[in-house]
Ligand binder design. Structure first.
Ligand code: ATR
Length: 307
């Protein structure tokens, strides 16, 4: 079965050798690669536990968590469109998740309460360190598609790490102007001293984007442009120079047009597989309170993508 619904939670262990202990919830959820990532980790750690998918309707998150707790589930990953509702359904929320306005990792505590975290931002930070051998906090970044869910999480992480430059780019400007205001407020809350103009916004079709790209060190694509192999690059790729680091949050296809053309321009490139692995690894660390087996997780994912 590709996924369970809430009504089927009492049957999740029928005919199974290992009990379901962890799950991803979303809607739709059948495409989620989290089971391949996490089951590989659980197996490599020899845990007597299964990781399942559960499809949940909007507005039913609290009910889902209660039912999953009753069914013996200990930890949950939350994906689109539930990350905000998950935050609201947790009694304890990690400050970084509260800043992001999104929870992607939940611990279902023994007493029935829920603790929420967000591993997307910190997972991105680890991915950049792994891929390029530099700290995100040292980089001038430009985020193409900062108005989407992934872009917002990354922009919040960049703000928390006080990157020397954060340029938010989006097709529709309204979303990122609102985000920029929030991030500037966050800088104040965190008592970050640098100048306010570290954070700026620009529309994807603004001719001044070329200059913004030239001024950046790390270019991040978080738009969905590139998911289809015929998609163009989100901006003219001849603007990319050899000094750039280019990260595409898309991992399937493994080389988007942006990454292919950036490579040709001499830039160093990486795809979103490392983000997927590190956000998952951090979730597992919250649930099991131990280091995650990164290599097993990577292999589990690669095998599933190959299939
Ligand atoms: P979410 O991540 O919240 O689910 P999404 O609809 O997948 O959002 O979109 C992610 C990002 O891709 C957004 O920044 C979106 O731009 P808008 O906010 O203007 O919609 C961007 N995006 C999607 N398709 C695009 C396209 N054809 N051209 C430019 N940007 C696009």
């Amino acid at each position: 079965m590709k996924y369970f619904t809430l009504d089927q939670l009492d049957t999740i262990n029928q005919g199974e050798q290992k009990p379901a202990r962890f799950a991803v919830i979303g809607n739709p959820v059948s495409h989620s690669l989290s089971p391949q990532l996490h089951q590989a980790a659980l197996d490599s750690l020899e845990k007597d536990a299964r990781y399942i998918r559960v499809e949940v309707e909007i507005g039913k998150l609290a009910e889902a968590f209660t039912k999953m707790h009753a069914a013996g589930i200990k930890g949950v990953n939350v994906t689109v469109p539930h990350k905000l509702e998950a935050l609201e359904a947790c009694q304890q929320v990690d400050p970084a998740a509260a800043h992001m306005g999104a929870v992607n990792t939940v611990i279902l505590n023994a007493d029935g309460t829920r603790s929420g975290f967000n591993t997307d931002g910190p997972g991105f930070s680890r991915a950049i360190r792994e891929e390029f051998g530099v700290d995100l906090s040292d980089l001038k970044v430009i985020i193409i598609g900062a108005g989407g869910g992934a872009g917002r999480a990354i922009a919040t992480q960049c703000t928390l790490e006080d990157c020397p430059q954060i340029i938010l780019v989006n097709r529709s400007l309204g979303k990122i102007e609102e985000l920029a205001t929030k991030l500037l407020r966050l800088r104040k809350t965190e008592s970050l001293a640098g100048p306010r103009d570290r954070i700026s916004s620009i529309a994807l079709d603004d001719p001044a984007l070329e200059e913004s790209i030239a001024a950046s060190e790390l270019i991040i694509n978080t738009t969905s442009i590139g998911l289809k192999s015929a998609d163009p690059s989100p901006f003219p790729s001849h603007w990319i120079e050899p000094h750039h680091l280019v990260y595409d949050s898309i991992y399937n296809p493994s080389r988007t047009r942006l990454l292919r053309e950036a490579s040709k321009q001499g830039a160093r490139v990486a795809n979103g597989l490392s983000l997927l692995i590190h956000q998952g690894a951090l979730s597992l660390e919250y649930w099991l309170d131990r280091e995650a087996p990164l290599q097993a997780m990577r292999q589990g994912l690669l095998d599933s993508i190959k299939d």
